[in-house]
Design a protein around this ligand. Sequence first.
Ligand SMILES: Cc1ncc(COP(=O)(O)O)c(C=O)c1O
Length: 405
Amino acid sequence: MNPNLPNSFRTGPDERGHFGNFGGRFVAETLMPLILDLEKAYAAAKADPSFQAEMNGYLKDYVGRPSPLYFAERLTEHLGGAKIYLKREELNHTGSHKVNNVLGQIMVARRMGKKRIIAETGAGQHGVATATLCARFGLECVVYMGAVDVARQAPNVFRMEMLGAKVVPVQSGTRTLKDAMNEALRDWVTNVHNTFYCIGTVAGPHPYPMMVRDFQSVIGDETRKQMMEAEGRLPDSLIACIGGGSNAMGLFHPFLDDPSVEIFGVEAAGHGLTQLHAASIAGGRPGVLHGNRTYLLMDADGQIQDAHSISAGLDYPGIGPEHSWLHETGRVTYLSATDDEALAAFMLLSRLEGIPPALESAHAIAKVTELAPKRPKDHLMVVNLSGRGDKDIPQITEILKGKKQ
Ligand SMILES: Cc1ncc(COP(=O)(O)O)c(C=O)c1O
């Protein structure tokens, strides 16, 4: 660990949006006034008890929170080590953790009087959550999605359109999440006056990484309470998958100052770390993208490299800046799981617990299968089940068909 550790890991970012050397606000001049407005609006909302009360009401009755903390008895028996609990974010309305954040941002957008919402999406879960809440509050919704992801996450595209959103397939670059985010930023610059950009993860310019983390921290806050109720003490370890890192940050943040809690983030190792992958910490270095400084996949000239993952939600060449800082301080350990390991974990959880995980979450389950057997039986391990696998069934069916041939 770094000898210059902070007294607390929970006080960031600073007033300019920095987590150590990461984060910040690298945006076009036209966006700066809007970013400052958003920062003000969010600070006011956060301090307003009526905002919190309204949000808690929707979290309970619309989203379906608290999500259960479920003891996975058969998975635990199978692995023969740590006692494994699943934080069931996949049971939220819209099928993933993304809805926690979208609800918060849409409520801020409403306070700011914005009528048009734009978003980027990879797996489609953030797009579905945004389309859902725009339908609920009668707002115009435009979702940018890489053309490759449009093809591999077809059920979610259909769902967004059914909810009244316009899905724009993005044809540039690798036609995945990074390109969708570029396009959304372009739209925002052009339509600043009436548009709110609802970012799906703990990335982007300050205050987004902080705001999204705050909205997602409901996951860790609930886990803390639920584990105390179930076992009378804190968990010993936490594990979550990382695309940009919002479900992970949400689970981790409330535990960062508890040194007894080991914390693991799992990036997508795709075909392997020396080949095509999306592991920005394991295979990247610090640079600037999408408004913040963070670990990125880059070539020798500093050009952003193509990311690859079997799961559309992890297929991003960066990671949220707070994770970069937690990596450099050593507070969180970042691991990675390959496409094949994620696929095997998908099958394992489906067969043992009757719960098909999203391919994203399957990356975290894959590392549980390695870590849990090495821990004693009284070790309490929590894995965040960030989403359900329904959206991935067509893709997995195709892959399995290919393997049989
Ligand atoms: C189910 C699910 N899990 C995880 C992720 C990754 O995002 P994040 O790292 O921000 O949680 C996504 C993104 O689309 C997702 O849909």
